[in-house]
Design a protein around this ligand. Sequence first.
Ligand code: 13P
Ligand code: SF4
Length: 305
Amino acid sequence: MTIADMQAEILRLKKETGVCILAHSYQAREILEVADVAGDSFALSKAAAAQPHPAALLCGVRFMAETVKLLSPGKRVMLANPAAGCPMAEQMDKELILAARAQYPDHAVVAYINTTAELKTVCDVCVTSSSAVEIVRKLPNEKILFLPDCNLGDYVAKQAPEKQVRLLQGGCPIHAAVSPEALRRARAAHPGALALVHPECLPAVVALADYVGSTAGIMQYAKASDAKEFIIGTELSIAEHLQYECPGKRFYALSKKLLCPNMKLTTLPDVLLALRGEGGEEICMEEATMRDARKCVDRMIELSK
Ligand code: 13P
Ligand code: SF4
C-alpha cells in the first residue's frame, strides 16, 4: 500500500465510522494531511469538544488523548499508538502534589496540561504553553505553585512579575537538552535568522531568543514575519512543516536533540489500524478521576475566554 493509498483508506474509514482525527503539530506530515484538526495542545483541547463526531482518534501523546476524553466524556476517544507517552507528564505523582499543597496552602496549584488526568485531579487549573501567562495573570491568587515544567514556570514568572511563582523541578527532557551554546552556534551559522523558541527550553536559551511562544505561536510568528530565515527552537517537525508551508523562507532546527521520540511513535499505519479497530487504545478513566480532572481543564477553558 502506498502512502496515498493508505491516506485514501483513512479518509474513507473516518467518514464511515464518524471518527474525528486530532493531530498534534509534532506529528508527521502524512498524518497532519488526514487530520480534521491539527494544532498545538491548546487548539486540540478546545477543538475536541467542539467537534460533532461521536468518536475521536488522537495522534500525539497520552495526556492529550486523556484531555480530549475529559472534555468529551460521551465520545469514544482513542490514542493511535498506546506506547506514546510524554515523560514530563509522568514525572510527578498525586502524593507529591498533595504534600506541596499542604506545605503551601495559600498557593493556587497550576499544572501544565502535560500532566496525567490523575495528577490534574489535585490541581486547581491547568494551562498550555500558549495560555499559561494569560491564565496565571487572571487567577485571583497572588501565590502560584507551578508544575511540572520549571522552564515554562520560570518564563511565566518573568511575564507575570505581579505574581509570586514557586516552581517544582520537572520539565521536558527534549527541550531542556538544548544549551545556550547551541543557540549561539546556530546564530553564528545563520547570522540573519530570527530565533523562535518554545518556553520549555532552559531560561538561558529563552533569554537569547527573538520570540518565545508555543508551537502554534512559533508557527504563526514565522508565517507572519517579513524575515526570511528562522532558527526553530522546538521539536524538529516544526522546522520541517514550516519549510513545507513557506517555501520562500528558510528554517533551521536549533538542535538535532529536539526530536521527541514519543511524538514520532505514531505512524500512518497506526492511524489506519486504529480506524479498522485493529489497533490503538480506547481511553477509559474512573468516574471520580474524570470528574475531578475535568474541573482543572474546565477552569483553563473558562479563564482563556
Ligand atoms: P504545545 O503546548 O506548544 O503544543 O506543546 C506541547 C508539547 O508537548 C511541547 O513539547
Ligand atoms: Fe513531552 Fe517534551 Fe515530547 Fe512535548 S516534546 S511530548 S513535552 S517529551
